[in-house]
Design a protein around this ligand. Sequence first.
Ligand SMILES: NC(=O)c1ccc[n+]([C@@H]2O[C@H](COP(=O)([O-])OP(=O)(O)OC[C@H]3O[C@@H](n4cnc5c(N)ncnc54)[C@H](OP(=O)(O)O)[C@@H]3O)[C@@H](O)[C@H]2O)c1
Length: 309
Amino acid sequence: MHKLGRTDVAVPPLGVGVMVWGDMTAAPRMDPARNAYGPTSSLDDQVEALAVSLAAGVNLFDTAAMYGKGVSERRLGELTEGNPSVVIATKFPGAFFSRASSLPSTLAASLSRLRRPVIDLYQVHFPVRWMSIPRVMDLMADAVSSGLVRAVGVSNYSAAQMRVAHEALGRRGIPLASNQVQYSLLHRNPETDGVLDTCRSLGVTLIAYMPLASGALTGKYSASHRPAGWRRYRAPFRGAAALASLERVNAAVGALASKHGKTRSQIALRWLIQRDVLPIPGAKNGAQAAENAGALTFELSDEDMRSLT
Ligand SMILES: NC(=O)c1ccc[n+]([C@@H]2O[C@H](COP(=O)([O-])OP(=O)(O)OC[C@H]3O[C@@H](n4cnc5c(N)ncnc54)[C@H](OP(=O)(O)O)[C@@H]3O)[C@@H](O)[C@H]2O)c1
């Protein structure tokens, strides 16, 4: 177990993203969580994904108030009620155009859907112009003081925005725990935009979302076999250059998979873990969750790591 940033919240080196858990037919018709990945998995699949993850020591689950307008949080609450070993990360706000002042009521609604008295990691989902970072961090600090939140994180924040959040929370004696950003072998922006370095220098955990590049790094999709859902219209599935880069990275990942007798997904996740990053791959069922948790069971050598650089 590691600590999340400089907080005392213990987390495994890998979590599970549950954005598409729940009965998404109950979500608004154009909701991204309902449409991005095609049909959602069954309740039984999600029960099994939870069970195999917990059995493998993967007890961190990431959701958000916005996923399916509460559908994902509600399912996670149903499945984990009364289990104190589960660590839950969720996100504010509940709708794109929300104001900072809606934080207390949004938090109360999330707690109710999640069926618990406290959220382990409460993250600001994305920065928006109309929400001052110091103001939202002050409201987050109030939630920590009230005992409703254990650790405060952000998501999709730039290096400069992280520093503002870190300083604002610091005035209240609270560390900034994490910044959740897109990071994978096919999306390496955090290495060049200052986010990875800033996380390291401030002692903030970088949580990597889309660590399998929406399934592209599993090796099961190609130019001739594109995935279901809206994701097929975005990088890395869209355009000849993106698909060529997908083939190139998948070849390098495939070579390491053969060498270690592991799957491509496990190599892609292990690479992040060994960069001190916490990946939260989405898993739709028990088989995917078990495979992803297998990233905890081996190590890549320095030479292996370099071959992916
Ligand atoms: N903060 C943000 O703005 C933000 C944005 C996006 C996501 N997130 C978070 O990050 C989490 C993960 O991201 P993501 O789900 O978008 O992308 P991802 O983890 O890169 O891809 C997940 C998808 O890959 C496939 N997959 C997963 N494990 C597999 C395996 N072992 N073998 C074969 N296929 C496998 C599944 O879809 P198929 O089987 O259909 O291919 C699954 O839905 C989300 O659940 C959410 O919690 C946060």
